[in-house]
Design a protein around this ligand. Structure first.
Ligand SMILES: Nc1ncnc2c1ncn2[C@@H]1O[C@H](COP(=O)(O)OP(=O)(O)OP(=O)(O)O)[C@@H](O)[C@H]1O
Ligand SMILES: [Mg+2]
Length: 416
């Protein structure tokens, strides 16, 4: 409100006086605070500009005007919103930064005030200004932290004396709109960044699933088959050796050991295939796949597991099934790796328009608030990707735990 106009403003015509204006400062403050409330938190740039101009038109009775924005790429300035000006005029007023009065304000960041613009010889597009019948003119920058995003022009078509108070008020409104524009632009960049990030995550997860499926298939078709063949061959050798009357105990022992090693490796490969992409997920769906994964991994660690599955039929989209399976895998592996739990409950229910998958353990628990980022060793990556997967499905993931009181992980995804 109390900028030193004499130092920063170009004034053409008589020096505008302050007489008779002092009584209105409270009104100005009120107008600024009302406008500030109206635009604060708005992320839609056009709405900010529209509301800004509407307010100025209301406050400064009888004026015409508009807001021009800088195009950062072309370094030009053109009208985004206007009021009381003809379309021909607004479309014709298109400047390079530095060109014309508006271009000068955009470059210098300093307001310009003119008693009668139609008398000025140095203006650009003079013919349009004359045709539009413009007289008194006031232009203020819309800036934040010394960066000019655009300018606001206020004109009168009848002779009018814009005062210093008008200029101060408009200048303050310009600053306010500058900050709002900056925030809207930052929010837009943030939103675009988030969209790009989500798109990348989605692509990465799809590629990862595809790769896992391929490796699992190769393990199944090649490695596992070959290992089964090897185990059968070794069994045949054992039988042949017995028939041939070979009595060398060390030899027979070594042969049997080799065979059980082949079987053991095959079991490991089967477990690996289950981790990579359980065949059950593609054939019978999510519930049998989770059941099998939990039984293999939890029971092996001596943990009891109870299931409570609603009959969800074939209502789930493949992406949701895969996402929920990977989520369950993360929660279940945390239980056998970290919890020391004895009992686990896994349930999948329909709740209104959502599927809710809940995994509870009675282990040692942990302080969830301490897991804020992914540590160098990878700690935190599991919970992070569980959360991300649910966000990508338009759902939510919550993990609650208290030291000594186990943990509850809940995934909620919309039924689409
Ligand atoms: N059910 C649980 N019970 C006890 N502690 C848990 C449980 N789930 C997670 N934690 C703790 O939270 C930490 C973070 O889990 P997270 O899954 O993000 O990483 P991680 O399991 O350490 O590594 P990764 O999942 O990448 O293999 C774990 O290291 C563990 O300390
Ligand atoms: Mg983990």
């Amino acid at each position: 409100m109390d900028k030193d106009a004499s130092e920063t403003t170009e004034i053409h015509g008589d020096e505008p006086d302050m007489l008779g204006d002092t009584g209105g400062y409270a009104d100005d403050l009120m107008a600024i605070s009302r406008l500030s409330a109206a635009v604060s938190g708005l992320s839609d740039l056009d709405a900010i500009l529209r509301i800004g101009l509407e307010n100025v038109v209301r406050i400064m009775n009888g004026i015409a005007g508009g807001i021009m924005l800088v195009d950062e790429q072309t370094k030009t300035l053109s009208y985004r919103v206007y009021h009381g000006l003809s379309r021909k005029f607004a479309e014709g007023m298109h400047f390079d930064i530095g060109e014309g009065l508006s271009g000068r304000v955009a470059r210098s960041g300093k307001p310009i005030l003119m008693e009668d613009i139609s008398q000025e010889t140095e203006v650009a597009r003079a013919e349009l200004i004359t045709m539009e019948g413009l007289k008194a003119y006031l232009c203020v920058p819309l800036k934040a932290k010394d960066h000019v995003f655009g300018v606001m022009n206020v004109v009168s078509k009848t002779p009018r004396h814009f005062t210093k108070r008008d200029m101060h008020l408009l200048h303050s409104i310009g600053d306010l709109l500058g900050v709002a524009i900056e925030q809207a632009k930052l929010q837009k960049e943030l939103r675009e960044g988030m969209d790009r990030y989500q798109q990348l995550s989605r692509q990465m997860l799809t590629a990862q699933e595809e790769e896992r499926r391929k490796i699992a298939r190769e393990l199944h078709d090649d490695t596992s088959q070959t290992l089964s063949g090897l185990a059968i061959n070794l069994q045949t050798l054992i039988e042949m050796a017995a028939k041939a009357g070979i009595t060398n105990e060390a030899f027979m022992e070594r042969l049997k050991m080799t065979q059980s090693l082949a079987i053991q490796i095959n079991t490991e490969v089967a477990r690996l295939m289950g981790d990579l992409r359980p065949a059950l997920l593609d054939t019978l769906g999510l519930v049998p796949a989770i059941r099998q994964y939990a039984e293999t991994n939890l029971k092996r660690a001596g943990i009891d597991v109870v299931f409570g599955f609603d009959d969800i039929g074939k209502t789930m989209l493949p992406d949701t099934e895969v996402g929920l399976f990977r989520w369950a895998q993360g929660a279940i592996s945390n239980i056998w790796q970290h919890s020391g739990a004895k009992n686990v409950e896994i349930s999948l229910k329909r709740d209104g328009n959502s599927f809710v998958l809940r995994i509870t353990d009675d282990g040692r628990g942990f302080d969830v608030s301490l897991i804020k980022s992914i540590e160098e060793g990878g700690r935190g990556a599991g919970l992070f990707s569980m959360n991300e997967r649910m966000l990508l499905l338009g759902g939510t993931c919550t993990v609650e735990s208290r030291i000594g009181h186990g943990a509850i992980a809940v995934a909620r995804v919309p039924i689409t």
